[in-house]
Design a binder for this molecule. Structure first.
Ligand SMILES: Cc1ncc(COP(=O)(O)O)c(C=O)c1O
Length: 496
């Protein structure tokens, strides 16, 4: 890295190095996740003392432009949200109140410099396969609703818990899944993301703690950060959250909520065992802590027996259950639901009403008309058949091409969670993967402390055909070789 230094200038050398790197980062010459040389290597290259480079790095790190990961090196950090910029691209200055907006805490960017467009990128970051969406039937249903219901479908409708016939549909779908649900317990939401947000807004205040699986769903982590909640992680093993560790955390942190994804957890794909479900419910009842059960893909089971929903075991109103039409139908519907008992249901409904009045009345009518139990079940069977085959293809490809990676085969859902062989880091791999034309979700997105996720990555097996899955995994293996070579080179040039 040839940084021009002016030794006669009054500006200290560390400031010159810092200034040069800062400019390179801000104008994109050094894109996020780029690995910087070690302070020793850069010092010897520039002919300055190591402390000079270290001081420059300290300044950059304090401003959030770079990040040092113990044992992995120093990297360009993901950019801050644009709300902290003082001006737009044309140099027009924002009003003072805009410049003073606090930047919202969010997780590191999903992608690294591998973003350079690859002509035929295979992305394992998504959640489902849009080619499986029932497009034609759905278009027909929209027309039918508009023809039959007319302008009523385009009005606000009552600002209530949802379109009553859809509340019935949701209750029937849930009952078919073993949860005795009544329409009066259901609140329709704009996706289950809104359901999670509503539960947090009603139950928690900034500074409160929430217990979660570690790792957990990345946009829940973002939401918790955004609401300034303290995230307390409980490790996950092959049987889901290690509930035996929860009691001491309840005593230590006095959380106001336990958030769990008990089926085919995002990102690990694990399921919480039935004894652990019962234990968690018993603990939370004893310690008076609500459970938010996020069942985003519980129906997508390929083999084995389904465990009962925690909500199905709950007879006292301890559990708030969140579900969605996103994964089994289409995420663009933005339709999810909450199932709750007692006064909290009214609070959730009121909270939703003051925030967004109602969820699209047209979409609620269309989904009610579209989702009969028979149609839901046949769509589910088809999706399971396709996703199971794709999971098997991905697992076989991983066994063949990345034999050193550790994979826990999921029995359903959408994701494979993979631990890289040391010393590879997922962020570093992402850079090489982008160049090879493959993409994945790096593990740091799913941890409250991103550094904990450095060795992990999440692959979605549901989006691509078998051929593309195999090609994608082959590319990933090539990228891993490059990343390992790079890590070995860095280790051999690092100071003793
Ligand atoms: C675990 C989990 N919960 C909730 C959601 C939110 O989905 P939606 O808002 O589309 O229902 C997702 C989306 O991927 C998810 O993975």
């Amino acid at each position: 890295m040839r940084i021009p230094l002016d030794r006669r200038s009054g500006t200290p050398l560390y400031r010159q190095i810092e200034g040069w790197l800062r400019a390179a980062i801000l104008d994109g010459g050094l894109s996020d996740a780029t690995r910087l040389p070690s302070s020793r290597a850069l010092a010897s290259e520039l002919g300055v003392s190591r402390i000079t480079v270290a001081n420059a790095y300290v300044e950059l790190e304090a401003d959030g432009l770079i990040i040092t990961r113990e044992g992995s090196g120093t990297f360009v950090a993901a950019p801050l949200p644009t709300s902290v910029a003082d001006s737009d691209d044309d140099g027009r200055e924002w009003p003072l109140w805009q410049r003073e907006l606090p930047s919202a805490p969010v997780s590191p960017a999903t992608r690294g410099p591998g973003d350079a467009p690859h002509p035929d990128r295979i992305s394992f970051t998504g959640v489902g396969d849009p080619r499986l969406f029932p497009l034609r039937e759905f278009a027909r249903t929209i027309t039918e609703v508009l023809r039959q219901d007319g302008i009523v479908a385009l009005e606000y409708g009552p600002f209530d818990r949802g379109h009553p016939p859809l509340l019935d549909t949701v209750a029937r779908v849930l009952t078919s899944q073993g949860i005795h649900a009544r329409p009066e317990q259901v609140l329709i939401t704009a996706g289950s993301q809104q359901a999670i947000a509503l539960a947090c807004q009603v139950l928690l205040a900034p500074g409160d703690s929430v217990i979660v699986e570690q790792p957990t769903y990345n946009f829940a982590v973002d939401l918790f950060r955004n609401l300034r909640l303290k995230v307390v992680g409980v490790p996950v093993d092959a049987s889901g959250m290690r509930v035996e560790l929860v009691e001491s955390l309840l005593q230590q942190h006095h959380p106001r909520l336990v958030y769990t994804v008990p089926n085919f957890q995002n990102p690990t794909g694990t399921c919480l065992s039935t004894p652990r479900r019962r234990h968690l419910l018993e603990l939370c009842s004893r310690y008076n802590v609500p459970i938010l059960e996020d069942d985003f893909a519980g129906d997508l089971r390929f083999e084995g027996r389904a465990q009962p929903a925690i909500k199905a075991l709950d007879h006292t109103g301890q559990v708030i259950y969140a579900g969605t039409f996103s994964k089994l139908l289409m995420p663009g519907l933005r339709l999810g639901y909450l199932l709750a008992d007692g006064p909290v249901l009214d609070q959730l409904a009121l909270h939703k009403r003051v925030h967004d009045l109602t969820t699209s009345p047209l979409m609620q009518r269309v989904v009610h008309r579209y989702v009969t139990i028979g149609r839901y079940q046949s769509h589910l069977r088809r999706t399971i058949r396709v996703c199971r085959a794709r999971r098997d293809t991905m697992l076989a490809a991983l066994r063949e091409h990345l034999p050193d990676a550790t994979v826990t085969p999921p029995h359903g859902g959408l994701f494979v969670w993979l631990e890289l062989p040391a010393p590879a880091s997922a962020r570093m791999l992402l850079t090489f993967a982008g160049k090879s034309g493959v993409d994945f979700a790096p593990g740091d997105l799913f941890f409250a402390d991103p550094a904990d996720g450095d060795r992990f990555l999440r692959l979605n097996f549901a989006t691509h055909t078998a051929d593309d899955i195999i090609r994608g995994i082959e590319r990933l293996a090539v990228a891993l070789h490059h990343a390992q070579d790079d890590a070995a080179t860095a280790a051999s040039t690092a100071p003793p």
